[in-house]
Design a protein around this ligand. Structure first.
Ligand SMILES: NC(=O)c1ccc[n+]([C@@H]2O[C@H](COP(=O)([O-])OP(=O)(O)OC[C@H]3O[C@@H](n4cnc5c(N)ncnc54)[C@H](O)[C@@H]3O)[C@@H](O)[C@H]2O)c1
Length: 266
């Protein structure tokens, strides 16, 4: 079975300039894809595109016009996207619901849910017309159960459902749509927050709640994304694949003291 694209297939990675998206761009370039690094952080997108021999595009997922221009430009210049990865994200602090402002709520929904919808629709319709393609949306394990970051988590739950629904819309046209749900992933944004004493680290190492006893590396999420984007996953659509070091599996062990620690006594 072939494991790398045989012609240079095109992957558009939205939110590709930093964090998980950047790890996806680097891996996909190594695997032989022509990568379009698309991000509202145009400067970082340019630097990464130069590093990996890809193409940088400035785009804000809150603007439907910009997304449609990106999709049309990729079609005109590169023959269209074979794969789309949506890794852009807006985040929130742990807050009681009444302290989440209307403005913050709307922004998180606009970037995470509506932005994913806009990107999927712009590229998915083109892929369906061409007879094939693969979309991978980055959701989150927070979208799979209750979470104190409830605005963010609600959008991720919706992204998982949107993914399934779009997989059914476009499956007959050869377009696959899947989600990857990372657990806490050690990107620069999170490491910076931890170094300032904030974020998920404030309550101790979040990795201790995972079956593997650790957090996730961006490269590990990228491996799953590239697999789902590639033809190696040609019979897989509509799934949500957690890449969480077993955090979701271990959540049921919390009332018994958490996942078993590997010790010399065990
Ligand atoms: N890091 C984690 O622990 C973790 C866990 C679960 C899910 N996720 C999800 O993974 C994805 C990537 O997160 P990350 O941790 O790599 O974050 P990050 O901040 O490192 O990267 C996010 C990227 O999205 C871009 N972006 C933000 N708003 C945008 C917009 N409106 N238009 C275009 N680009 C925009 C940013 O410029 C940045 O390059 C997000 O969807 C996030 O919800 C992350």
């Amino acid at each position: 079975m072939q494991t790398t694209p045989n012609k240079q297939e095109v992957a558009v990675v939205i939110g590709g300039a930093n964090g998980i998206g950047a790890a996806v761009c680097r891996l996909m370039a190594r695997m032989g894809w022509r990568v379009v690094v698309a991000d509202r952080d145009a400067a970082a997108a340019e630097v990464l595109a130069q590093e990996i021999g890809g193409v940088a595009r400035s785009v804000d997922v809150t603007d439907a016009g910009q997304i449609n221009s990106l999709a049309n430009g990729v079609e005109a210049e590169l023959g269209g996207a074979d794969a789309l990865v949506v890794s852009s994200g807006a985040f929130q602090l742990v807050l009681p619901p009444e302290q989440i402002t209307e403005e913050a709520w709307n922004h998180i929904v606009n970037v995470n849910l509506s932005g994913t919808f806009r990107c999927n629709t712009a590229f998915g319709v083109q892929m369906a017309k061409r007879g094939g393609g693969s979309i991978v949306n980055i959701a989150s394990v927070t979208g799979m159960q209750a979470s104190p970051v409830l605005a963010y988590a609600s959008t991720k739950a919706a992204v998982i459902n949107l993914t399934q629904s779009l997989a059914c819309e476009w499956g007959h046209a050869g377009v696959r749509v899947n989600a990857v749900s990372p657990g806490v992933t050690l990107v620069a944004r999170i490491l910076k927050r931890w170094s300032e004493g904030g974020g998920t680290r404030a309550a101790g190492d979040p990795g201790q709640h995972a079956a593997l006893g650790r957090c996730v590396e961006p490269d590990e999420v990228a491996e799953a994304v590239e697999f789902l984007a590639s033809k190696r996953a040609r019979a897989i659509t509509g799934i949500n694949l957690p890449v969480d070091a077993g955090w979701f599996a271990a959540s049921g062990t919390e009332m018994y003291g958490g996942p078993r620690r590997a010790t010399s006594q065990s």
